[in-house]
Design a protein around this ligand. Structure first.
Ligand code: ASP
Length: 591
């Protein structure tokens, strides 16, 4: 770090002092990290943002100064000055960046005192998360959190530099706006000046970035806050940050190329080891077949095979009824693995979460199958399945038979569970790929109609008269089974946009009411354009090796969307509600 601006508090950073500074006077300021009393001397590890420095108080430097030292407790704030000394050889601490020196205090001042913290700041041990969030300002002082916050800032800075170097303009878009459909519920904000009307917080800047392309700002980016009112899962927050990008006059290749440059730069800056770009592209259908997921984790094998044809016509009723009903049998070869009966049974739970009934496990022996399922299959069927699965004696084969929508996803989950169970995921090896050629629509469970798999501004490919068969020009970047980003080439004519709205059941009037401004802009010369958005929180969690994005967000919310620090969300006062024309809700009576 560059030397701090000298003032009455300090002229040096704690963590930057070293051998070259020995013999000079230095003034440092920070928090008491640790304090040790040693036969008449008091040692303090003093911490500031740059690191930790050992400072020493000698009783012979004066009673007043020593009394100050005796009163210091963890997290008190002090400023001290004195001479920087080399430590004697036996006192050098090789674990500490500043371990060869110490500051002998000749002057000091306590700037603030601290209550005893509810958890230790000088160690990174586990602490209950609600306590961490309630005292976030203390949690953020801990080394682990400090490291993730610094890494996160480095990521943002790297992305900015890469994009600015490629002529992208950073442009802000509104937070108080209208609904943007990204498949979640909106957060709504009442308008005091327009009683009865509401703003929506943006689920993404999608429509504004498209309008910017139509406005001629051909390369745009924004580090954008997005808001989605969803039931929270481990890696979700009601507000999160995206790197949002849009480009005009491009095809998929150019968006992917810019994305790879920016994300690879982040990986390089954070020492995240991964194969250099370009990263492989996998079609959606192939990803679903081989990995049972549109977020395939390519760090291990256990590839899935469709063995429907090999096993059709057997005496095994379960498979036969699935196959005759248009379903599919998917299988994977788990290799020569030992699993107890109860472990095998527990695999059922993994697939049941995804709607499948059970896993049929089979052990290969003497070229055939052992166990009581074998008798339902002919030797040819067994040989054909073994050959498809490259099975040899001792291998554990797992089969899942179900509908063409359930079976792939269920066995995909099984693939991940087996990889975790057998420790097949290398801790420090990473793998990226693009998933491309998505279907444009999927069936909407609620309405029974179609809904856009990405969003309805994605350009379709294929026959518009047969919406269910359309593919989309979308692409997702997947790293280690996490979707880091996704985007698409967009629709740039009002005709196609209207057809897509129509396909998702949005009639012309409703389309006009919700997206009239977009449809109108499309009438005034909209260039071909496309873009992408990356989940910054997820990228930060990935490169920091954290399971939860809460660990890379300075002030996150709990799983129920609450902030134990500020107490948000909280009741609004009656006057505010009156001004907004909202009737206060009385909580439902107990019982
Ligand atoms: N708006 C999309 C999203 O938030 C990303 C994009 O299509 O650029 O997922």
């Amino acid at each position: 770090m560059r030397a701090p601006q000298g003032n009455r508090y300090r002229d040096s950073w704690c963590g930057e002092l070293g051998g070259d500074d020995v013999g000079r006077q230095a003034r440092v300021a920070g928090w008491v990290h640790r304090r040790r009393d040693h036969g008449g001397l008091i040692f303090i590890d003093l911490r500031d943002r740059s690191g930790i420095l050992q400072i020493v108080f000698h009783p012979e430097r004066g009673a007043e100064l020593f009394a100050l030292a005796e009163q210091l407790r963890p997290e008190h704030v002090v400023s001290v000055s004195g001479e920087l000394l080399a430590r004697s050889a036996e006192n050098v601490n090789a674990e500490m960046a500043t371990g060869t020196v110490e500051l002998e205090v000749s002057e000091g001042e306590t700037l603030a005192s601290s209550h005893t913290p509810p958890f230790a700041i000088d160690e990174d041990g586990p602490v209950d998360e609600t306590t961490r969030l309630r005292y976030r300002w203390l949690d953020l002082r801990r080394a682990g959190m400090q490291q993730t916050m610094i890494t996160r800032a480095l990521i943002t800075q790297t992305l900015r530099e890469e994009l600015v170097a490629r002529d992208f303009l950073e442009i802000e878009t509104p937070i108080l706006t209208k609904s943007t459909p990204e498949g979640a519920r909106d957060f709504l904000v009442p308008s005091r000046m327009n009683p009865g009307d509401w703003y929506a917080l943006p689920q993404s800047p999608q429509l504004f970035k498209q309008l910017l392309m139509m406005a001629g700002y051909e390369r745009y980016f924004q580090i954008a806050r997005c808001f989605r009112d969803e039931d929270l899962r481990a890696d979700r927050q009601p507000e999160f940050t995206q790197l949002d990008v849009e480009m005009a006059f491009v095809d998929e290749d150019q968006v992917i190329e810019v994305s790879e440059a920016a994300i690879a730069a982040v990986f390089a800056a954070t020492d995240f080891e991964i194969a250099p770009a370009p990263w492989p592209r996998i079609g959606y259908d192939e990803a679903m077949l081989r990995y049972g997921s549109d977020r395939p984790d390519l760090r291990f094998g256990l590839e899935i095979k469709d063995v429907s044809e090999q096993l059709r016509g057997s005496d095994f009723k379960v498979f036969e009824s699935v196959l005759s009903g248009g379903g599919t049998v998917r299988a994977l070869n788990a290799g020569a693995r030992e699993m107890s009966r109860s472990e095998l049974d527990s695999l059922n739970e993994v697939v049941q979460v995804h709607g499948a009934k059970a896993v049929a496990p089979i052990i290969v022996g003497d070229g055939g199958w052992t166990g009581n399922l074998a008798k339902f299959f002919t030797a040819e069927q067994i040989a054909a399945a073994n050959s498809a699965l490259e099975a040899s004696d001792g291998d554990l084969l797992c089969f899942v038979a179900d509908s063409a929508t359930v079976a792939p996803v269920a066995i995909g989950a099984l693939r991940l569970a087996l990889a975790a169970r057998f420790d097949l995921i290398p801790a420090d090896q990473h793998s990226a790929c693009w998933v491309v050629d998505f279907p444009m629509f999927e069936a909407d469970a609620e309405s029974g109609g179609l809904t856009a798999l990405h969003h309805p501004f994605t350009a379709p490919e294929g026959d518009l008269d047969d919406p269910a068969s359309l593919r989309s020009r979308a692409y997702d970047l997947v790293v280690d089974g996490n979707e880091l980003g996704g985007g698409s080439i967009r629709i740039n004519t009002p005709e196609v946009q209207s057809r897509v709205f129509d396909a998702i059941g949005l009639d012309a009037d409703e389309a006009k009411a919700r997206f009239g401004f977009l449809l109108e802009a499309l009438e005034y010369g909209a260039p071909p354009h496309g873009g992408i958005a990356f989940g910054l929180d997820r990228i930060a969690a990935l490169v920091c090796g954290r399971d939860s994005i809460r660990d890379v967000i300075a002030f996150p919310k709990t799983a129920s969307g609450a902030d134990p620090l500020t107490g948000a969300p909280a009741p609004a006062d009656a006057r505010q509600l009156r001004e907004l024309g909202i009737k206060p809700q009385t909580p439902p009576a107990a019982g």
